[in-house]
Design a protein around this ligand. Structure first.
Ligand SMILES: [Zn+2]
Length: 437
């Protein structure tokens, strides 16, 4: 099957700085892009992410966004709960619906359009001040953050909290109901996977008990989770007891537990044995998984109620999604398409391409063969043109239906050209299959 969709993400500040015309001109002409989407709700992350400075922004060298702002104009009538979307206070961004700014010219060019709700949907500072009860908690009651240092005071909302669920449904309903988009893409951070290592770039590496144990230092153990788990017949006290013990063993915070951790590290302990030994902890892992399934069902229902033909696309960004509660096979029953957001091209090695291929195979198997799978390509300077062409081959090898470039802001023109070159080289387009005498 051909790679029929070539998508590309854009940020509001890209459109403000470069103009939407220049962004789309470059993406279409160099990489054959036929689908453009706005990262409509963006987390606090310095741009560009890997390089220190933008390669082609004519206005600024880099940008540090506000936390979790909406870059469209939210319909206030749609948000009846406690949590409301925040918009930008930056002068050059405020007051403009950047999604419509992208959609109109994209439609004139015949492109597909979409919008992404990225990793986080609440401003951590505001949430800690105004609705701390909706935040994920660890087994000791501390707020659980995202990937950064604990001192960063980040915060994740609990996906089992009814106020958070209402807010998520409202975001999706607003975007799908009030904007001319073909797909709504979610890249939401799930349950905090604990302090092990980065759960984003790279592969699954060693499938050790240590990363699984680290989930006991993550989330969630809040009141909403306790209510839901207890109602489902789980023994919450036993879960807390085991999770607290495992969290202290993992962190080595006390002498007895640090000693136990030493023995484990020097032993041939396994993930399977950990799950057999800590039955309550294992039941909590299963509970998280079913909670994530419920969340996917909720988002899908909200999207399809707003417009039946909308494409709900999940953008999976984790090296080990299961540590955050995401089981592809059950959660993907509720999606219409998947973007496998692997950027291992950024390693610049053949091993990175192999990681991408493996992740795509995993997603393909869980998604089945009737729903589109798009392979992300990291079109940024750490990936060479050769590596990007090999990544296109990995997409072809694993039965993908499209590509999705991340991200234009950090891309070089040479990397964009490599996408189109790779599609020609690996015969990814149907037009390459037709002999012209
Ligand atoms: Zn919770």
């Amino acid at each position: 099957m051909p790679l029929t969709e070539v998508a590309a993400s854009l940020y509001a500040w890209d459109l403000a700085d470069e103009t939407v015309e220049r962004c789309l001109d470059n993406l279409q002409a160099l990489a054959g892009v036929n689908s453009a989407y706005l990262v409509g709700l963006m987390h606090k992350e310095k741009r560009p992410l890997h390089a220190r400075f933008y390669p082609h922004n004519p206005v600024r060298k880099y940008y540090t966004p506000e936390d979790s702002r909406a870059y469209w104009t939210p319909d206030p009538a749609g948000y009846r709960g406690r949590i409301k979307p925040l918009t930008s206070d930056r002068d050059f961004l405020r007051g403009t619906d950047w999604l419509d700014t992208l959609i109109q010219p994209a439609r004139e060019r015949g492109l597909k359009t979409g919008c992404e709700i990225s990793h986080t949907v609440i401003d951590a500072d505001v949430a800690r001040r105004e609705y701390p009860d909706v935040l994920q908690r660890d087994a000791f009651g501390n707020v659980v953050g995202t990937f950064e240092a604990i001192e960063a005071q980040r915060a994740l909302p609990c996906l089992n909290n009814p106020d958070v669920q209402e807010y998520l449904a409202a975001l999706v309903t607003d975007l799908v109901g009030n904007h001319d988009i073909d797909f709504i893409q979610s890249c939401l951070v799930m349950f905090g996977s604990g302090y092990s290592r980065s759960n984003t770039v790279g592969g699954a590496a060693t499938a050790s008990w240590s990363d699984l144990m680290a989930t006991a230092t993550g989330g969630c153990f809040c009141d909403a989770c306790r209510h839901k788990a207890t109602a489902a017949g789980l023994d919450w006290e036993a879960i807390l007891r085991e999770a607290r013990h495992l969290a202290i063993v993992h962190s080595g915070r006390d002498l007895e537990e640090a000693h136990e951790a030493q023995l484990l590290r020097e032993s041939n302990y396994s993930e399977a044995e950990l799950l057999l030994e800590y039955e309550a902890f294992a039941s909590w892992l299963s509970f998280r998984r079913h909670s994530i399934d419920d969340l996917f069902a909720l988002v899908s229902t909200a999207a399809h109620d707003a417009r039946p033909d909308i494409d709900f696309r999940y953008n999976t960004y984790m090296a080990r999604p299961e540590l955050a509660g995401l089981s592809f096979s059950s959660a993907f029953e509720h999606v219409d398409s998947v973007r496998e957001s692997d950027y291992s091209d950024q390693l610049g090695t053949d091993e990175g391409v192999a990681i991408k291929r493996a992740k795509l195979m995993r997603a393909r198997r869980a998604l089945g063969y009737d729903k589109p799978l798009l392979a992300a390509l990291g079109v940024r300077p750490n990936a060479t043109p050769e590596i990007l062409r090999a990544s296109v081959k990995a997409a072809v090898d694993s039965g993908c239906d499209g590509l999705s470039l991340g991200h234009y802001d950090g891309a070089t023109m040479e990397r964009l050209r490599a996408v189109r070159d790779g599609m020609v080289e690996w015969e990814a387009l149907e037009s390459e299959w037709i002999h012209r005498p």
